[in-house]
Design a protein around this ligand. Structure first.
Ligand code: SF4
Length: 89
C-alpha cells in the first residue's frame, strides 16, 4: 500500500524543479515542457488521489496532482488584496 507523501513520485524524482510554477531564466516553452513532464509523472503517481485531497488551494503552487495551481493562487491573492484595500479605505 502506498502512503502520501512518502511514496509520492515527485519525492523520488531527481529533478524536483519539474513541479515548480516558475524556474528563473526559463523560457515559456521550457516551462511548458517542464510542466508536461511533471504532469506525466503525476499521472502515474501511486498517491495522486491523496495528493489531490491534500492541496491547499490558497498556498500551494506549481504542479500538484497533475494540475497547475498558480492561477488559483493568483486569484486568491487578488481577492485578498481587494479585500484589504476595501477595508483600509
Ligand atoms: S500527484 Fe504529482 S504532485 Fe502529487 S504527489 Fe504525485 S507526483 Fe507529487
Amino acid at each position: 500500500m502506498s502512503t502520501y507523501p512518502t511514496d509520492a513520485a515527485c519525492a523520488w524524482s531527481p529533478d524536483k524543479t519539474l513541479w515548480d510554477a516558475n524556474v528563473h531564466g526559463e523560457t515559456p516553452f521550457q516551462r511548458e515542457v517542464r510542466h508536461i513532464q511533471a504532469k506525466a509523472i503525476c499521472a502515474t503517481c501511486p498517491v495522486g488521489f491523496e495528493c489531490a485531497q491534500a492541496i491547499d488551494w490558497t498556498w500551494d503552487e506549481g504542479i500538484r496532482a497533475g494540475t497547475l495551481l498558480p492561477e488559483k493562487k493568483t486569484a486568491a491573492r487578488t481577492a485578498r488584496a481587494r479585500r484589504a484595500m476595501s477595508v483600509s479605505q
